[in-house]
Design a protein around this ligand. Structure first.
Ligand code: AN7
Length: 360
């Protein structure tokens, strides 16, 4: 960092981003998230494999959305916008609300009523956004904000705003910088499909500038009840416990397919049960608490291991790497954690009782 203090992804990757000296930088020092070696998962894949977890839950508002939001809000401010709006399954609204607060501009968010995790709702509210819960799902909310921004001078900050994708691509730069090259495989959840689009764009840009050699095989996972890309048709009533990816008609559908096909990868689905198993395993074996949508990455990894997908890579005795993206923090959805594990029973505050319960 040339002795400079870290000041977020715009400062760090300025030359890859559509900013100038005139662009005000609205930042919360997002990015620079750890890529954590996952010993237990590596062992499950095989002896030649290194699995890493890109822990995006450690961004300032607890999800990867901050990377795109710093740029979207900075560009909105450069254009003298006074208000931004988004539809959200939760994390985008939390991030938009926080960055709009720093920028001192108005933030409006439309969320599917009763279907976003508590942590995310609390964030949007506490940062002072105007939060509107609609009787409809994310796809309906996105339709509404598109219409609103066509009619009123409010800037859309969903990932159809190209600055969001531009900012989010910096995560792949960080992975390449850390590993010295792109990984062989990247596994990630797919909802509105902006993030898979962003990562793929980032990997291609880094390679074209000779900052990395390889391109990863992109492996995306949707939730079984919300898998429009896998099923090749929009889902009218998407359902999954991974509320972040409860999306039936992704905005970046075609660029997700490009990422899949250009990289020789796949977009597949995992069930809610598989997501919850992976969610628990990740917390218990790797010490990382990620939200259910993020655990879809791990559920996808487990599914591919079971299918023997990595067998041929294990056979040729060369080391290979897999990066799983953990898009959001587990604390976003504390209710899910408590539902997944039975809550503790209340006991008498008595030494004997407690020691007996511990098993000594
Ligand atoms: C934790 O916040 O769409 O495929 O409105 O919060 O780029 O949509 C969130 C998506 C994965 C899927 N993991 O990313 C929103 C929203 C988490 C997320 C995704 C989301 P995209």
């Amino acid at each position: 960092m040339n002795g400079q203090k870290y000041k977020g992804i715009i400062q760090k990757y300025r030359r890859f981003l559509p900013v100038s000296e005139k662009t005000p930088v609205i930042t919360l020092n997002e990015g620079n998230t750890p890529l954590i070696y996952a010993g237990y998962l590596s062992g499950l894949v095989g002896k030649n494999c290194e699995v890493y977890l890109k822990y995006e839950g450690l961004n300032p508002t607890g999800s990867f959305k901050d990377r795109g939001m710093t740029l979207a809000i900075s560009k909105a401010c450069e254009a003298k916008a006074t208000a931004v709006i988004c539809a959200s399954t939760g994390n985008t609204s939390a991030s938009a609300a926080a960055y709009a607060a720093v920028a001192g501009i108005k933030c409006i968010v439309l969320i599917p009523g009763g279907a976003i995790a508590l942590g995310k709702l609390s964030q949007a509210l506490i940062h002072g956004a105007k939060v509107l819960a609609i009787k409809g799902n994310f796809d309906a909310a996105l339709g509404l904000v598109k219409e609103i921004t066509q009619a009123f001078p409010i800037t859309l900050v969903n990932s159809i705003n190209p600055y969001r994708i531009q900012g989010q691509k910096t995560a792949s730069f960080e992975i390449c910088d850390y590993l010295g090259d792109a990984p062989d495989f990247q596994i990630m959840p797919v909802g509105n499909a902006g993030n898979i689009t962003a990562y793929w764009k980032g990997y291609k840009e880094y390679q074209s500038q000779a900052l990395s050699k390889k391109l990863p095989v992109m492996l995306g996972f949707q939730a079984q009840g919300a898998a429009p890309i896998v099923r090749n048709k929009p889902i009218l009533n998407p359902e999954t416990i991974a509320t972040a990816i409860r999306i039936g008609n992704p905005a970046s559908w075609s660029s997700a397919i490009d990422a899949r096909d250009e990289s020789g990868g796949l977009i597949d689905l995992v069930s809610d049960t598989q997501i919850l198993t992976a969610y628990k395993m990740l917390a218990e074996k790797e010490g990382i608490f990620a939200e259910p949508a993020s655990a879809a990455s791990i559920a996808g990894l487990l599914k591919l291991i079971k299918k023997g997908y990595f067998k041929k890579y294990n056979l040729n005795n060369k080391k290979f790497s897999i990066v799983c993206i953990l898009t959001g923090h587990g604390l976003k959805d504390p209710e899910r954690a408590i539902k997944t594990i039975s809550p503790p029973k209340l006991m008498r505050a008595d030494l004997k009782t407690i020691i007996k319960e511990i098993g000594y």
